[in-house]
Design a protein around this ligand. Structure first.
Ligand SMILES: NC(=O)c1ccc[n+]([C@@H]2O[C@H](COP(=O)([O-])OP(=O)(O)OC[C@H]3O[C@@H](n4cnc5c(N)ncnc54)[C@H](O)[C@@H]3O)[C@@H](O)[C@H]2O)c1
Length: 292
């Protein structure tokens, strides 16, 4: 493999970007994580290193493997540093114009065979790819949160995605230990079509006093076998992200089950976004993007 093929660039050092960067370094790739300022880049790099250190502490990785993977992450605020990347994975704000502009800008920086992956939850892959002069290499890859722990990635081609780019994407995801399901470029892909209405109904159950956050979480983990209850999960996802994703799906699908319940707006207005702000449904001393 050439060094270009072994280098991954992740755009956005937030919840998903740092999770995806963790997946890439653990999979053996030198990984550059990019964000708008040094503080956000440093927070993303810390999240990657923190997750690896915790994995070693829990015996899920050897100390040596964690140290080797940690050494593969680098941060930057300069897009030009991404020139050598074989795969660019975009995980920035869920905003069509910003994502399109970024892919357009990258056209002039990366090589012609570089794959462009977008981790959008609700936007059209075809629409994002239209920002690039080479839409044939743009593929939707929707990771589940927390990305280092969840095995599945949904893969959705845009209208102009080339079959080589699709195949290379599946191979890349297998190389970092992910399983894939292929879906269509439609709002919410498969997972969010089910997950968002379900999360909304859990929030409504809490608002209606059916149980406490603890009892509803316990009911879901105990009876349905989910690894995390809905409120623990929403605290990881971020209430701002849930609000955006749910609202966008409602706008596109016109189905009220996607519309976020009023408690979501109140929590966002109060800044109770979840783990990243130290308080959501629960409170956290550790505001790392994905702690224990
Ligand atoms: N949070 C989830 O559960 C989840 C799950 C799957 C997919 N997604 C999708 O992943 C993407 C990122 O979501 P997130 O939860 O990580 O958001 P986040 O707010 O935690 O992080 C986004 C990061 O992108 C950075 N950013 C914004 N514009 C940028 C630019 N032009 N260049 C570089 N960096 C830029 C921001 O500074 C921020 O650090 C969104 O498209 C979202 O829909 C989120």
């Amino acid at each position: 493999m050439t060094s270009q093929e072994r280098t991954v660039a992740v755009l956005g050092a937030g919840t998903m970007g740092s999770g995806i960067a963790t997946v890439a370094v653990r999979g053996g790739y030198r990984t550059l994580i990019h964000d708008l300022d040094d503080g956000r880049v440093a927070r993303g790099v810390d999240a990657v290193r923190g997750f690896l250190a915790k994995s070693a502490e829990l015996g899920k990785l050897t100390e040596e493997a964690a140290a080797t993977a940690s050494a593969r992450i680098e941060g930057t605020t300069d897009l030009k540093d991404l020139a050598g990347a074989g795969v660019v994975i975009e995980a920035i704000y869920e905003n069509m114009a910003v994502k399109k502009d970024l892919f357009g800008e990258l056209d002039g920086i990366v090589g012609k065979d570089t794959l462009f992956h977008t981790n959008t939850s609700t936007l059209s892959v075809t629409g994002i790819a239209a920002g690039s002069s080479r839409p044939e290499r743009v593929v939707g890859t929707h990771y589940c949160n927390p990305a280092p722990l969840m095995k599945l990635v949904e893969v959705a081609d845009g209208r102009h995605t080339a079959s080589w780019a699709h195949r290379a994407t599946i191979e890349f995801l297998a190389s970092v230990g992910k399983t894939t399901v292929v879906t269509k470029d439609r709002p919410g892909f498969i997972v969010n079509r089910f997950l968002i209405p379900w999360e909304n109904s859990c929030i409504q159950a809490l608002e209606n006093g059916l149980g406490t956050k603890e009892s509803i979480d316990a009911a879901v983990t105990g009876a349905l076998g989910h690894p995390m209850g809905p409120f623990k999960l929403l605290d990881v996802v971020g209430m701002d992200i849930h609000q955006q994703v749910a609202t966008r799906l409602y706008e596109q699908l016109r189905d009220p089950k996607f519309f976020p319940p009023p408690m979501v707006d109140r929590m966002v207005a109060a800044g109770d976004l979840g783990r990243k702000t130290g308080r959501g449904f629960y409170t956290y001393d550790d505001t790392r993007l994905f702690g224990s």
